[in-house]
Design a protein around this ligand. Sequence first.
Ligand SMILES: *Cc1c(COP(=O)(O)O)cnc(C)c1O
Length: 389
Amino acid sequence: MKTKSDVHKREDIYLDHSATTPVDPEVLGAMMRYFANNFGNPGSIHQFGRLAREAVDRAREQTAALIGAAPDEIVFTGSGTEADNLAILGAAAAAKPGKDHLITSASEHHAVLNTCKYLESKGFSVSYLAVDATGTVDPDDVRRAMTDRTLLISIMHGNNEIGTVAPLGEIAGAARQRGIPLHTDAVQSVGKIPVAVDELGVDLLSLSGHKFHGPKGIGALYARRGVPLAPVMFGGRQENGLRSGTENVPGIVGLGKACALARRDLPWQMDRLLEMRNLLEKLIREKIDAVRCNGHPFRRLPHVLSVSFRGVSGDAVVRELDRRGIAASAGAACASGTPQISHVLAALRIPEDYASGTVRFSLGRGNTEEQLAVSVDILAEIIQRLRDK
Ligand SMILES: *Cc1c(COP(=O)(O)O)cnc(C)c1O
């Protein structure tokens, strides 16, 4: 696909916030100094280093505060993907002899699924739990899958394709009884809905800056004090020895600022996103027939609307929307371009003639009601045309 120019037109409409979000101007402002004047290495003892170290410490506090953790439980990583890798590979590396089993679900992000597959190739065994038609893992299935060999349970908090939020509290209760650490990929939920590590009962939690108006290339892993975790990256022993490599100071500052903004604005923004999502769903149902909305009816992230249109190709819809300046996604962003139904939609067992026509709209703070009305008018036209073919 050719890009017309490197600047978007004002009338372009971005409805793909689950893929990434624009960096907040306040976040960008906070980061700039740490590219230029305050360029120090936080590991240096002189004033240049001290300034950088102070900035990293502040960001650690801001990140911890958003999720109800202590600052020393935050490990900055290079992405949400890396946080998932550190949680899973790090737990496997730290596991006692005889612990060689993991439990996860069929609808996880590839950062979790492919890391588990890698461990399988190294001799570990993994239970991939099925989800029900709403995309929900049954806590009883988790309970039944636990064995004396289980070293980690990894169940995502909010699903990136359909928005379903997992019943983590119940799963955590079962995990705690057996003394098995629980990891959650909360990359989609952090900054969108309240996320508190003690309330969720998780021991490890991944988040990523660029999904909530921070920069790309920075993430964090929350690791509860005492949870067995070994590093997967070796070097200068930064981040408590858990993530060697000179700290990405501007990225960390940006993530911290994004966390502070999320903490301040989350309550009203969550309500606004939900209102807009409900409006989008209402408009779609009014103007287009033979549609199904995917995910849990109410246990769902407020910004995600996954809709299946009967008898069309989701990819074709997304391409036609793009021609009209509207950005959405067919299935997951990383699965686009492949004609087969994503692993998440497949896990839901949606009827075939609907599943291939799935489009994910994901809203953000920049969207307006007017944009949604314009988008649905264009969408209705596109679906009509594709169905008439
Ligand atoms: C985006 C995403 C990731 C990966 O985060 P990156 O920072 O892009 O590597 C992992 N899990 C979920 C659920 C995501 O949506």
